[in-house]
Write a protein that binds this ligand. Structure first.
Ligand code: FES
Ligand code: FES
Length: 183
């Protein structure tokens, strides 16, 4: 996962017309109306799901320069020269899981998994900024995500487990933040 393209993120070397997606340079679509969610899925990041396509469910959540956004309501062009991290880009290496992903797996924090990117990416944003957030902060971070399966208790249990476990030694460092707003 960490190849030379990842250096372009840290060095800010992505060019106009490109965005960095999980360490790989991806062209920004020419269509200004295409959502970031659709562009990511066309680029193979199909772990970013599209449910409502209206900013309500959270299944499409990604981090843009470290900040969580519902990518179905962000035009892809807003991510130009930005670092986009999807649920597929959290693991330090292919086949591994990071702190948050491992907790959701261990605590059965999902059933069908369709919504999973929402709570995982929102919790990732939270622990990147505060490794030991309060329970209220955890609940607040997860509030914008809808799940049809779990009844939410398993999600909360997984989130608390991720917080109490702390970072795994191999977890990737968070990306920097930038001012990006849905267009
Ligand atoms: S698909 Fe983006 S919020 Fe539901
Ligand atoms: S696990 Fe099925 S929608 Fe959340």
């Amino acid at each position: 996962m960490n190849d030379s393209l990842n250096d372009s993120v840290n060095g800010g070397a992505t060019r106009a017309g490109e965005m960095d997606v999980d360490g790989r340079t991806v062209p920004v679509p020419a269509d200004p109306t295409e959502s970031l969610a659709r562009a990511l899925r066309r680029a193979g990041r199909t772990g970013t799901h599209i449910g409502c396509a209206n900013g309500d469910c959270g299944a499409c959540t990604v981090l843009i320069d470290g900040e969580a956004f519902k990518s179905c309501i962000v035009p892809a062009w807003r991510a130009e020269q930005r670092s986009v991290r999807t649920i597929q880009g959290l693991a330090p290496v292919d086949g591994d899981l990071n702190r948050v992903q491992q907790a959701f797996r261990s605590e059965d924090g999902f059933q069908c998994g369709f919504c999973l990117a929402g709570p995982v990416m929102c919790l990732q944003e939270l622990v990147d900024g505060d490794p030991e957030p309060s329970d209220d902060a955890v609940r607040s971070a997860l509030a914008g995500n809808l799940c049809r399966c779990t009844g939410y208790q398993q999600i909360l249990r997984a989130a608390r487990a991720a917080v109490s476990t702390g970072p795994r030694p191999t977890d990737r460092a968070p990306a920097g933040r930038a001012d990006v707003a849905p267009g």
